[in-house]
Design a protein around this ligand. Sequence first.
Ligand SMILES: *[C@@H]1O[C@H](CO)[C@@H](O)[C@H](O)[C@H]1NC(C)=O
Ligand SMILES: *[C@@H]1O[C@H](CO)[C@@H](O)[C@H](O)[C@H]1NC(C)=O
Ligand SMILES: *[C@@H]1O[C@H](CO)[C@@H](O)[C@H](O)[C@H]1NC(C)=O
Ligand SMILES: *[C@@H]1O[C@H](CO)[C@@H](O)[C@H](O)[C@H]1NC(C)=O
Ligand SMILES: *[C@@H]1O[C@H](CO)[C@@H](O)[C@H](O)[C@H]1NC(C)=O
Ligand SMILES: *[C@@H]1O[C@H](CO)[C@@H](O)[C@H](O)[C@H]1NC(C)=O
Length: 219
Amino acid sequence: MHTLGKMSALRLLISIIIMVSVNISWPVLMDTNAVLCCPPIAFRNLIVITWEIIIRGQPSCTKAYRKETNETKEANCTDERITWVSTPDQNSDLQIHPVAITHDGYYRCMMVTPDGIFHRGYHLQVLVTPEVTLFESRNRTAVCKAVAGKPAAQISWIPEGDCATKQEYWGNGTVTVKSMCHWEGHNVSAVTCHVSHLTGNKSLYIKLNSHKCLFLVEE
Ligand SMILES: *[C@@H]1O[C@H](CO)[C@@H](O)[C@H](O)[C@H]1NC(C)=O
Ligand SMILES: *[C@@H]1O[C@H](CO)[C@@H](O)[C@H](O)[C@H]1NC(C)=O
Ligand SMILES: *[C@@H]1O[C@H](CO)[C@@H](O)[C@H](O)[C@H]1NC(C)=O
Ligand SMILES: *[C@@H]1O[C@H](CO)[C@@H](O)[C@H](O)[C@H]1NC(C)=O
Ligand SMILES: *[C@@H]1O[C@H](CO)[C@@H](O)[C@H](O)[C@H]1NC(C)=O
Ligand SMILES: *[C@@H]1O[C@H](CO)[C@@H](O)[C@H](O)[C@H]1NC(C)=O
């Protein structure tokens, strides 16, 4: 009996922990629509639904729905792109339409039921695809750039050269990564720049020109 009592106490504890903390890390592409879902609770069991939106540098916005009175309320919500998907009695999900670079933050749905409180939180990370370019700047030196991506892209080369990579941070949270490489000798005739990023990888290829003609003219 004693053991059974312990086990059910443990079960209760586990179910409380599961009820309280479901957090999801969520990368989402800028300019798309994002829909954030509440915990899967049947509407008939609901008392109150609350969305809490915490974006750095802004007062936290709260949207709440009380089923008994079929009333919605808001506090500190100024962003018209963040709305209920539908009336909360139809659908309790939240939509961001469209996702902007400033929407990085924490979004949490809380559902109050007679059995307890259920939470689901999203750490939203807005992704911006960098613009990728590759060109030969001078004699056997190539420059590969991933402009204004979020987060910063990673640049690698095939074959490896003698490289210098710089990052430039913009005020809007994007980063430009610039990698400049040089290949000594003449046995490397073409190089590939590989840009890896959460929004997708890209590879660009360029033939290295030895600039022999130009070099002769200059001499
Ligand atoms: C509204 O913003 C103020 C100032 O940041 C904050 O103190 C308050 O808790 C917010 N209200 C709600 C309901 O989130
Ligand atoms: C709740 O209110 C909305 C709009 O205010 C209305 O469309 C809907 O039919 C109402 N739902 C219920 C269950 O009364
Ligand atoms: C961020 O700032 C950079 C530099 O001003 C700009 O090129 C880029 O388009 C901006 N990106 C976004 C998503 O606002
Ligand atoms: C180009 O590179 C080759 C080999 O590294 C070097 O010998 C030559 O002087 C360079 N030419 C110019 C114009 O820099
Ligand atoms: C170029 O030459 C170097 C040294 O001679 C050698 O180590 C390297 O493998 C060569 N690369 C290619 C692509 O042939
Ligand atoms: C992108 O490149 C990185 C590193 O090269 C690799 O780990 C990742 O799997 C690649 N992603 C895709 C979608 O190919």
